[in-house]
Design a protein around this ligand. Structure first.
Ligand SMILES: [Zn+2]
Length: 479
């Protein structure tokens, strides 16, 4: 039996964060009632004329520059002809002959080594609407929601340079991060704003000839894409080992079964009969326009990391972790703006916040505790209002309930006790109850004092001011 290895390429679709659709003025806000964000243009009514959204072109240029592509100076839009009920014009406006960006690359950090993946092209097109298949037994109809139809969409097509699942994951994460950093898309995968399509073939280890590839469409999460890669590598290897041929086809991932299944084969499929859209003029991207877009690129990851070190005095390690995702970096910067203790906030981010984000599988902008809330927790510690231990409890409660940290501290009476009289009572009790500790301290064992402080903190349920407790113990044992 021969051993096979996968050869993987990606087509990544991202909906752009333009205010309106690509050829009309319709809103693209997610979650509106079905078919309320439509007009004669995106409904494909006869006689209407599309008008190109300039922002969509600029976002595509931005993406192409960030992916080290050559920018095509004269670009056109083509009609890709197909009938599908979620795009009522019967064609999709896309770029087939003159993609906006060509021949780029992206460098991935894969377990400490750099891997370069070539980008074949970056092009701009319109998204389709959504078909909804009712989950009713015996239902013999489907519904269509055209709110999404006509949303500006870029497609990033890679060369088949990816050799394994680790590289595939690094590729997806790096692209998502880059698209967020250059602020062309919010990349919310649960809203379908970032979607992956995997091309995969296998070849015998040690050979260079590419095998027949299979495309798996419409993958809405990185996890699913990785499952597809694993499944297809095995399916194709097994088939070849049985002496079968791989059929070039499009497959779908069936989550319930945990397998891909054939959707349509390429042999009987589609001649899309592309031709330039006669309703749209050629777009001329002058060198001046291109350079203007380049000059206004938002701050990228490396620059942000260096700035975090300089501006906030953070260690390189902290800066790297905090800038690993744009949304995390933004959350952190808002917190520092609300309370100027960059290092302490960084510590909270790198431990408590990132742990909770991972556990909940959400990103920083969806975290129930907002950056101002985190800032207020650190502020209360810095002002001596709560101890570090209480702060952890307040954090957990705030994340769990969405309540404001100050309000939790107030309503649950968690303010640190700095009233000497009240603490003195706990200190006296602790001294009376722990004669052995007292003997050790008086015998010169300075470390034991921390254990006694701990006893007092316990009695105060974490609310005593530790510095004051320390001072009182010292004073009492010396006298
Ligand atoms: Zn419209």
């Amino acid at each position: 039996m021969a051993t096979y290895e996968p050869v993987i390429g990606f087509e990544v679709h991202t909906e752009l964060s333009t205010a309106t659709k690509i050829f009309c003025g319709c809103d693209i806000t997610y979650g509106a009632p079905p078919n309320t964000q439509v007009c004669p243009i995106c409904l494909g009514m006869p006689g209407v004329l599309p008008v190109l959204n300039r922002q969509a072109i600029e976002y595509t240029i931005r993406t192409a520059i960030a992916l080290n592509c050559e920018i095509t100076e004269r670009t056109v839009f083509d009609r890709k002809n197909y009938y599908y009920p979620d795009l009522p014009k019967n064609y999709q406006i896309s770029q087939n002959y003159a993609s906006l960006g060509l021949n780029g690359y992206v460098d991935l950090d894969v377990n400490g080594t750099t891997k370069r993946v070539r980008i074949n092209n970056v092009h701009l097109e319109e998204d389709a609407g959504k078909l909804i298949h009712p989950d009713i037994p015996g239902a013999d109809y489907s519904l269509v929601d055209l709110n999404r139809a006509g949303t500006a969409l870029i497609e990033i097509v890679s060369e088949p340079d990816i050799d394994n699942a680790d590289e595939a994951l690094a590729y997806m994460q790096t692209l998502k991060n880059l698209l967020e950093y250059i602020e062309v898309s919010d990349c919310k995968m649960q809203e379908g704003r970032l979607r992956f399509e995997v091309n995969i073939s296998v070849r015998e280890v040690g050979t260079k000839t590419l095998g027949t590839k299979v495309e798996i469409k419409n993958l809405n999460s990185m996890k699913t894409a990785l499952k597809c890669i694993e499944y297809e590598t095995r399916r194709q290897s097994d088939a070849l080992n049985r002496g079968e041929k791989i059929i070039q086809e499009t497959r779908l991932w069936d989550e319930a079964v945990g397998a891909t299944r054939a959707m349509r084969s390429k042999e009987d499929a589609h001649d899309y009969r592309y031709f330039p859209d006669p309703d749209l003029v050629e777009v001329h991207i002058t060198p001046e326009w291109r350079e203007e877009v380049r000059a206004h690129l938002p701050e990228l990851q490396d620059a942000k990391r260096r700035r975090f070190v300089e501006e906030y005095g953070l260690p390189e390690y902290d800066a790297r972790v905090l800038t690993s995702a744009k949304k995390t970096a933004t959350y952190y910067e808002h917190a520092v703006a609300a309370h100027k203790n960059p290092k302490s906030l960084s510590n909270w981010m790198m431990t408590e916040v990132l742990r909770e984000l991972n556990a909940r599988d959400v990103e920083a902008d969806e975290f129930p505790l907002k950056s101002e809330g985190l800032a207020s927790i650190v502020r209360m510690i810095d002002e001596g209002k709560i101890s570090g231990k209480i702060a952890k409890d307040v954090f957990a409660k705030a994340v769990e309930t969405g309540r404001a940290p100050e309000e939790i501290v107030q309503s649950e009476g968690l303010l640190q006790v700095s009233d000497t009289g009240e603490i003195e009572k706990f200190v006296d009790e602790a001294i009376a109850e722990n004669p052995d500790m007292v003997a050790k301290i008086q015998g010169g064992n300075a470390k034991t004092i921390q254990a006694l402080v701990g006893q007092v903190m316990k009695k105060s349920r974490g609310k005593a001011n530790p510095a004051l407790v320390n001072e009182l113990i010292n004073r009492k044992l010396q006298s």
